[in-house]
Design a protein around this ligand. Sequence first.
Ligand code: FES
Length: 143
Amino acid sequence: MERRKFLENSCLVCLGIAVGGVSLSSCSNIKTINSFEKKGYLEVDKSEFIDSQTKEEYSNIIVTSNSLKKPLILFKTGTDNYEAVSLECTHKGVKLDLINDRLECSKHGSVFEKNGTVIKGPAKNNLKSYNVDKTLTIIKIKL
Ligand code: FES
């Protein structure tokens, strides 16, 4: 139900597509995928950063999972570098939105850098960041 609510709130016109063990949806410029926990990691195929039709490259992907209270956002920060931070506001737990390269909370106005550093309150704590490992083809987000 959490994922369904998230998708309805963040992307009313998106269509879900089931692909293998991963379901995905995409909006105009933000892509959301669902991942399942495997041995303490969420796995995302690196190919998810490329639109299969337009070949456009995404700079970020939202990842949902039953293992997360709120989605996280996975940023591509270099040719093969990735960072992942929670989209759960550290003030009262509202889901954050990516606006102009910052993560903003619509509830009380907290703002965070993409790396999770709080730059405007009322939130006082940085966002949870996740260690990211990778193989040749897979990004592994440590829970
Ligand atoms: S819940 Fe995000 S600023 Fe209050």
